[in-house]
Design a protein around this ligand. Structure first.
Ligand code: C2E
Ligand code: MG
Ligand code: MG
Length: 728
């Protein structure tokens, strides 16, 4: 900078005194012992933008330097009380940020050099030109401004470096760089948290120390990636090894984490040669172990039944599909077994859904216990299970498993203080005999299961092609049943109950018939199970109540009434406010409640005994009596009986049927009769078909009989005739 430039710069510094912002101005201390010199210097510099101070001796200068912080000292080297060098020493010791321009006469040039050695910025020799002084001051101040800026930029850089390091080290991802040999040159702290390796352990190591052996080949592409931009590796999944000692908190596959990688090549660019040289790869790696686990869970749930943990329909079909292909190839057989629990809905309704769910879980466990290795058991609906058996030697293999299943269900299931009994109906279809596709095999096993249900449940059976017709019939029947009520196709028949001692009709059981327009007279077994399934049983039972009570009212009016009329009641109806409906109807028809007996099957009592007791009490309160139908076929223990508000036991026809020969001995019948007597219950024997049976029962102490030996169920007018005949 030449002198005139310096003056221009300096002129900019000149401001009106009133405008001066002394705070922002450079502080300059002028030190000279010659008062004239000092004041002329002060006068000269005053117009400029400086904040000026003066000292006329060394001591004064030192005091001011201690009190204040100066940007610049104009120091005369020759002072009366001390040398300029002493002041320099003091400045260096206490005010290192202060710059010094020394002013020296010819004779103290040595000390001026000493001052320069101590860091003085410049020196002026007396006498100096004023422009020269200004220029030197200007230089100092500019230099100071530069140094200040430099410090600011350095600090900014340091901060920014700190920020980057913080961001890199606290990144949720591993950030790393490798040299061209595949050795780590940089890793952030995350690697320690995730894999348990310290930075120091990894720097210089080859990446292969981290990679699971099976993934090494794939790792090569990631860790030695040379490409950049969109073509570079992204979202490549690798399994990395953890440092075992550090992996305590990470529990996955012992010590493996699944990591997703993005990586790209790093290049030095040489602008002179207009080329770039590969020197390594850097990348970001994210721990996706949790994500993978969640993904695995979602996939698992998509293919499994959450309640029982068994495979679901989708997985079952998948496995069946594969097994069909294999069977075809190997020319082997397989079986699809459809397992449906009998009367599960009843348990769900009476004991609640929580118990229902628990029962399903326990059933699943028992069924699983019967499986062979390689069999697939799935739950495909509410109470429906399905089994795939591969490599069947013959049909008998399937029979054995089905029987095992049924046997496994025989013991009661316990839920706290409650217990329940359940059986199952099992239908079996074989590949290739009964179907060649997934859906066909499932459908046919299902059909076979329905046939088992219709035959009385709790059993198993194979698919047969004749069942297809039957199933079409069933569908048609269900449709017709809805219309049967409106069209008046249902009718009540009555089977007399005869007192063998007198030969007189002591009562009658109302039995429903459906006079089907095409199929003729159908018995309840042929249509009521469907009505129970689809809920039609409720309106049908209401119709039945009206029909029987109106018939009874007519017999009463004619004075020929049987002393008692039995009505069968489906458990579903008992649930749905039947006692109240019964009471209303009895009033309407003016019928004494003791003329009516309600027949309930035994199973309703054992499924949920306490609930059943409440229900039966409600019935009893209407004044009707209650009979346990088909007694002995369920699983109730005789000891239960005394807890139930019941009046009559009906001995099931299966026991009566066993009386075939003169010397037949039936301990069950005898036990039932003796317990009924002890508990003061009435007895009725069902299905009495022969004289032999009648007399055996009579001798054993049961005198009221119902069966073809006496009468078949009769149409209303036929019973009317019979009643008229025996009227006194
Ligand atoms: P259940 O209450 O045990 O009725 C006795 C069944 O045995 C009747 O069959 C009857 O016809 C039959 N039976 C009577 N004596 C003999 C005999 O000597 N030999 C043989 N082999 N069978 C005999 P049905 O009429 O087919 O009724 C079957 C079942 O349907 C009944 O069994 C009953 O549980 C149910 N049921 C009948 N009517 C109704 C009704 O109105 N409502 C409800 N919910 N169920 C009904
Ligand atoms: Mg009955
Ligand atoms: Mg019966």
């Amino acid at each position: 900078m030449n002198a005139s430039q310096s003056l221009i710069f300096s002129a900019e510094l000149i401001k009106d005194a009133s405008q001066k912002d002394t705070e922002a101005m450079p502080k300059i201390l002028l030190v000279d012992d010659e008062p004239r010199m000092l004041s002329s210097l002060h006068e000269f510099l005053k117009p400029y933008d400086f904040h000026l101070f003066t000292a006329n001796c060394g001591q004064d200068a030192l005091e001011q330097l201690i009190k204040d912080k100066f940007d610049l000292v104009l120091l005369d080297m020759r002072l009366p009380d001390m040398s300029g060098l002493d002041i320099m020493n003091a400045i260096n010791a206490n005010s290192p940020g202060t710059d010094v321009i020394v002013i020296s006469g010819n004779n103290d040039i040595d000390s001026a050099i000493g001052a320069l050695k101590r860091g003085a910025f410049d020196y002026l020799r007396k006498p100096y030109a004023r422009e020269e002084l200004l220029k030197t001051i200007d230089n100092v101040l500019k230099q100071r401004a530069l140094a200040k800026e430099h410090r600011r930029v350095t600090m900014q850089l340091e901060n920014s470096e700190k920020n980057y390091r913080y961001l890199v080290d606290n990144s949720p991802d591993i950030i790393y760089a490798l040299n061209s040999e595949g050795r780590f040159t940089f890793v952030n702290n995350r690697v320690h948290q995730l894999l348990g390796f310290t930075r120091e352990e990894l720097i210089g190591q080859h990446y292969s120390v981290l990679v699971h052996d099976e993934d090494i080949e794939l790792a090569h592409f990631v860790f030695q990636e040379r490409r950049v931009g969109e073509r570079a590796s992204s979202n490549v999944e690798l399994r990395l090894k953890c440092h075992k000692a550090q992996c305590g908190s990470i529990t996955f596959d012992n010590s493996l984490l699944t990591i997703s990688f993005n990586s790209m090549g790093m290049y030095f660019s040489d602008t002179r040669k207009n080329s770039s040289e590969y020197f390594g790869t850097y990348g970001v790696a994210r721990d996706i172990t949790e994500h993978k686990r969640a993904e695995a869970l979602i996939t698992y749930q998509a293919y499994h039944d959450i309640l029982t943990d068994l495979p679901n329909r989708a997985l079952f079909k998948d496995r069946l599909g594969l097994s069909i292909i294999q069977s075809k190839r190997n020319d082997t057989r397989l079986a699809v077994m459809f397992i449906d629990l009998d009367r599960f809905k009843l348990i769900n309704d009476t004991m609640g859904h929580v118990t229902g769910d628990e029962l399903l879980r326990q059933v699943a466990i028992r069924l699983k216990g019967c499986l062979r290795r390689g069999d697939t058991l799935a739950r495909i609906g509410g109470d429906e299970f399905i089994l795939l058996m591969t490599d069947l030697k013959d049909k008998q293999d399937a029979v054995e498993v089905a029987e095992k299943f049924l046997k496994s269900l025989q013991h009661p299931f316990h839920f706290g203080s409650n217990e329940a009994q359940i059986s199952a109906s099992i239908g079996i279809a074989l590949y290739p005999d009964d179907g060649s596709s997934i859906d066909e095999l499932i459908r046919h096993a299902d059909l076979a299961m329905y046939h088992v249900k219709a035959r009385g449940k709790n059993g198993h059976g194979f698919y047969d092609s004749s069942m297809i017709d039957a199933s079409h019939q069933k569908l048609a029947l269900e449709k017709d049943l809805r219309k049967a009520l409106e069209r008046g196709e249902l009718e009540m028949h009555y089977q007399p109950q005869v007192d063998s001692a007198t030969g007189r009709v002591a009562g009658a059981e109302a039995l429903m018939r459906w006079n089907h327009p095409e199929q003729g007279m159908l018995t309840p077994g042929e249509f009521l199970p469907y009505a129970e399934e689809n809920g039609l049983i409720v309106p049908i039972s209401e119709w039945m109540l009206e029909a029987t009570l109106s018939d009874l009212a007519a017999w009463n009016n004619a004075g020929i009434s049987p002393s008692r009329l039995s009505i069968n009641l489906s458990p579903q109806c008992l649930e749905r406010g039947f006692p109240k409906k019964l009471k209303d109807a009895l009033l309407r028809y003016d019928i004494a409640p003791n003329q009516i007996e309600i027949e309930i099957t035994e199973n309703i009592c054992i499924r949920n005994p306490n609930h059943a007791i409440d229900q039966l009490n409600m019935l009893s309160r209407t004044g009707v009596s209650v009979a346990i139908d088909d007694f002995g076929t369920g699983y109730s223990s005789l000891a239960y009986l005394q807890k139930f508000p019941i009046h009559t036991i009906k001995i099931d026809q299966s026991f009566v049927k066993e009386i075939i020969f003169d010397d037949t001995h039936s301990p069950i019948i005898l036990a039932i009769i003796s317990i009924a007597k002890e508990l003061g219950l009435k007895l009725i024997a069902e299905g009495v078909e022969t004289k032999l049976q009648a007399s055996y029962l009579e001798n054993a102490g049961c005198t009221i009989m119902q069966g073809y030996f006496y009468h078949r169920p009769l149409a209303r007018h036929a019973l009317t005739q019979l009643l008229v005949q025996q009227a006194p």
